[in-house]
Design a protein. Structure first.
Length: 436
């Protein structure tokens, strides 16, 4: 019997027929989330430079403190609502925040403190919202499915990251910043609807007989359970170290980007265009890699390649910048690192959580993705500013960045080996499933 076009597309991307609907919903969930976020991101970047590049570390510190304040609230929600409904509560809360910001931008569009608050809020929002979306996927899909499917669904994030800035460019004139914020709230609610579709699919195709009942139960525990789970587990501590090094490398490059963009493009409108162009190139490369490369690499070579390739490239990029500290070199390094993070590191990092307990997939994961990440941002931001103040030129900071990237590489390799051992134990313990 001849295969339908849908079957041929599914086969091309290594998707089983019964998985197709869930994968499409996962793709759409990320697309809507990232389109809404990336409409607002170039505005945030320009606001950061407007406050002075020398003051970026203060914004990073404020973001870390706001993340610390948000952690017990998320922990309280995760401990008391049904596991399958955590995302809906979080996204509903953030959508309400966006409505408030929309009203503020309408009433006081030039208020500098509203702008700074929005910068910090968006920096907290994006980590928590993305972390919870990935929590749903690592909770719903098995480790084997994750290797085949995570990159394909993450391509929705890259497509959203490509469409979002373009939508912002075309819509900011007609509807203004307030309109963009309100549209982002609508897209966030649409993303929650796609998560509901994924949860419904899993309930119709359970991995274990008692799984549906377990998803309807709260995870329990106290508001700080995510932190305590990480501190008790060497494996989760390893992931925390991986995230810390990832964030430190990203912050070093982010500060260097801000410095070079400010020097090369003093006009704020030009700065926004440059950030938009970088985002567009990054997302284009990422989506092509996610669609046609990542899943095949993970399936054939394992998670380790996803976790060590980009850190190695980042180390080489820092060395290049140490001897050629120009905007052109920085743009190449920044694009390759960010595209590689979306296409390889993020799917690989999420696969690490496929072998941990359900509570860790939400609580410990959120702690690593938010508090550890933003804490590393804040500390490495001050370290980068201190090195620049002492050295008065970027070479020393770039060499430190290269050392951080090599440590990131080694941590990724160790985690990949630990994940392989845990995955083998999980497969041996799981009872065989009946044929479909």
């Amino acid at each position: 019997m001849a295969r339908s076009p849908l079957d041929r597309i599914a086969a091309a991307f290594d998707v089983e027929r019964e998985e197709a609907g869930a994968v499409a919903a996962g793709f759409a969930m990320f697309f809507l989330l990232f389109a809404g976020y990336f409409m607002l991101r170039p505005v945030r970047e320009t606001m950061g430079i407007a406050g002075g590049v020398d003051n970026l570390q203060w914004l990073f510190t404020g973001t870390f403190l706001a993340t610390l304040a948000a952690m017990p609230l998320f922990g309280w929600i995760a401990g008391r609502v049904q596991r399958r409904r955590i995302l809906y509560w979080v996204y509903g809360f953030f959508a309400g925040n966006l409505l408030v910001f929309g009203a503020c931008f309408l009433l006081r569009p030039d208020d500098v403190w509203i702008a700074r608050t929005f910068y910090i809020w968006l920096s907290v929002f994006n980590l928590i919202a993305i972390s919870v979306a990935w929590s749903v996927l690592v909770d719903v899909f098995s480790a084997a499915q994750g290797k085949r499917l995570f990159a394909l669904m993450a391509a929705g994030a890259s497509l959203g990251g490509l469409v979002g800035p373009l939508a912002g460019i075309f819509l900011v004139g007609p509807i203004g910043h307030a309109g963009l914020v309100l549209l982002s709230a609508a897209l966030l609610l649409g993303s929650a609807a796609m998560a509901w579709t994924i949860q419904r699919w899993r309930e119709r195709h359970p991995l274990a007989p008692d799984e549906a009942r377990q998803r309807r139960q709260p995870l329990g525990g106290h508001p700080f359970a995510g932190a305590t789970e990480v501190l008790r587990s060497p494996y989760l501590l390893g992931i925390a170290l991986f995230v810390l090094l990832l964030a430190s490398v990203s912050t070093f490059l982010y500060f260097e980007q801000a410095r070079l963009v400010e020097a090369a493009y003093p006009d704020r409108a030009d700065q926004t265009r440059v950030f938009g162009i970088i985002d567009t190139v990054v997302q284009t490369l990422a989506i092509l890699t996610q669609l046609f490369v990542t899943g095949r690499v993970a399936g054939r070579l394992g998670v380790g390649v996803l976790l060590v390739l980009v850190p190695l490239v980042a180390a080489a990029g820092f060395l290049w910048l140490a001897f050629a500290p120009t905007f052109a070199v920085l743009a190449v390094v920044m694009v390759v690192r960010r595209a590689g993070e979306y296409a390889f590191v993020r799917p690989g990092r999420e696969m690490l959580y496929s072998v941990v307990a359900p509570a860790a997939k939400y609580k410990a994961k959120n702690f690593n993705d938010t508090v550890v990440y933003r804490g590393a941002d804040a500390v490495s931001g001050w370290v980068k500013a201190g090195i620049d103040a002492i050295a008065q030129q970027p070479t020393l900071a770039m060499l430190v960045g290269a050392a951080l990237a090599l440590g990131w590489t080694a941590t990724g390799g160790a985690l990949a080996r630990a994940h392989g051992r845990a995955g083998a134990s999980e497969s041996a313990a799981r009872p065989p499933q009946p044929a479909a």
